[in-house]
Design a protein around this ligand. Sequence first.
Ligand code: ATP
Ligand code: MG
Length: 333
Amino acid sequence: MEQEKKRVYTAIQPTNNLTIGNYAGTIRSWRALQSDYDCIFAVANMHALTVRQDPSVLRARTQSLVALYLACGVDPAQTIVYVQSHVPCHAELCWALNTVTYVGEMERMTQFKDKSAKHADNINMGLMDYPVLMAADILLYKADLVPVGEDQRQHLEIARDIAQRFNNLYSPTFTVPEGLFGKVGAKICDLQDPVKKMSKSCENPNSSVFLTDDKDTIMRKFKRAVTDSDSQVRYDPAAKPGVSNLLSIYSVFADKSIEESEKQFRGVGYGDFKLAVGEAVANRLAPIQSEQAKLLADKSYLDGVMKDGAERAQAIARKTLSKVYKKMGLYQI
Ligand code: ATP
Ligand code: MG
């Protein structure tokens, strides 16, 4: 008998244009995952509301993120692609899981602390509840594996804790998910401050390379990337964070191991090394950008993908939610 495929679930927030960090940390692996796993890829637009958004921009970015998923090789005939707010079960399960999550746990989350410092005028309940909504996303679909970047490791741990706690309190219900982290590229750093992670919501335009950047912009950003006063292209994240970050980026975008990349740039000056990194990134992004533009011209096709995805997602999610409600004692008719 054919064994049932394991399920993969992940999501990205439509908070800005995506960076090469988002690509390296998660999206680049999606195409290949589809052949071995039952995949679900969502656009986390409800998570995006945890920091202020311009409503019309958020709507447009939601659509363009769906187009990007497809441009990166996601096949909607096989994989479920949907938008979080189209499946009401997420908000519903989040509420139920809030009752088995402690305020103290949420206050300790690194992302909550970072984003609270960054948005001191808007430390809203949603920002604190972000990990619980993320747990709801994953647990609704009984996902086995969650491909995310290093920055989401702590949230994934909490999702596992919440699943186990619920299972212990109410009897086994949820699959306890595992993170799927890449060996290289799971944490791409800021080009100007290479000990910080690259984020799509970073203010400094030279810090992040966006998947929508044209070649000139990409080359300019890499030329300005911070390195060190040494002159060796060598992978040593503690002593040489800038150069090591550039090596990781090169390794992801040129499809070479770190060792191969180090060897290739032995004796090469930083100037030429940075140009090669920029070239590799621009070359990889060009076909994705043109495919995304083509898809964005066909709005009704994209709406159809989202609608079909939401229906398929909702069917799975509703089953889990109904079990949860029953176990928790919510009266059902
Ligand atoms: P924001 O600043 O709005 O939080 P973000 O760049 O952190 O944006 P998210 O939507 O929060 O992006 O995360 C989407 C995915 O990208 C997650 O799997 C996350 O782990 C991954 N990711 C984010 N930043 C990086 C990075 N610098 N390197 C590798 N993976 C990353
Ligand atoms: Mg983030």
